[in-house]
Design a protein around this ligand. Structure first.
Ligand code: OAD
Ligand code: ZN
Length: 224
């Protein structure tokens, strides 16, 4: 069976990483316009670096949970394309071998001057230099609002081939990811939502499994 799974912040919530849109979420504490746009980085790079330094530290201290591990095990049995909006590395540390990070990775750095990518140091700031060209233009390798998500051609193609599409722990409020269900459905895939509550695009799915990811994802994966 060809499966495409899309994950969001909800799958890492039980690992202790905050989601974005909960009442105690990251976007309650920070305006996304202040930390997650190219304009914010141009205006106040120090603030943007502090925000992502905190995300990088939190991710490094978190441990993968049963949901991350269940998806890694699923990939051993099926043709699984695992797409995540998350910038943490909990899928990889949970055993997943190939993960498509459509919104980038917080433990990677990107040179705004030459495009070189490398492993980010624990703390980045405006003086962090690119190891390839020497410019002090290092940014976290994160896709900000207004930028094009990564690997989109590969993702659309996988959605078109999928027999089954599952969205896990994502609120369905950010496009293009929120549109994957519609694309998969039109291409003939059975579509399942696994989430703590109904997402903004819930009605597009054929099936809904409601609950915490560490409980519902292993159960669902074991039944495939
Ligand atoms: P959100 O914070 O928008 O949504 C998280 C979803 O996870 C919500 O629907 C919650 O109900 C659900 N959830 C919370 N705890 C859960 C649990 N234990 N088990 C299962 N579900 C749970 O996060 P995303 O949808 O990932 O982009 O946000 C999408 C993008 O918006 C992010 O990648 C980020 C953000 O702005 C960028 O920064 C570019
Ligand atoms: Zn460079």
């Amino acid at each position: 069976m060809r499966i495409v799974v899309l994950t969001g912040a909800g799958i890492s919530a039980e690992s202790g990483l905050r989601t974005f849109r909960a009442e105690d979420g990251l976007w309650e504490e920070h305006r996304l316009e202040d930390v997650a746009t190219p304009e914010a980085y141009a205006r106040d790079p120090a603030l943007v670096h502090r925000f992502y330094n905190a995300r990088r530290a939190a991710a490094a201290h978190a441990q993968p949970n049963a949901a991350h591990e269940a998806l890694a095990a699923l990939a051993e049995r099926h043709d699984l394309t695992l797409v995540t909006q998350n910038v943490d590395d909990l899928h990889e540390r949970g055993g997943a071998r190939h993960v498509i990070h459509m919104h980038g990775q917080v433990n990677r750095a990107l040179c705004a001057a030459c495009g070189h990518r490398w492993d980010a140091p624990a703390e980045m700031d405006s003086a962090t230099e690119c190891p390839a060209c020497g410019s002090a233009a290092a940014r976290p390798d994160i896709v900000w609002f207004g930028e094009m998500p990564y690997h989109m051609d590969e993702i659309w193609a996988a959605l078109e081939r999928a027999d089954l599409f599952a969205a896990i722990g994502t609120s369905g409020q950010v496009y293009p990811a929120a549109g994957f269900v519609q694309h998969a459905r039109r291409s003939g895939a059975h579509c399942v939502e696994l989430n703590l509550d109904r997402s903004a695009v819930s009605r597009e799915f054929h099936e809904h499994l409601i609950g915490p990811a560490t409980r519902i994802v292993p159960d669902w994966a074991a039944g495939l």
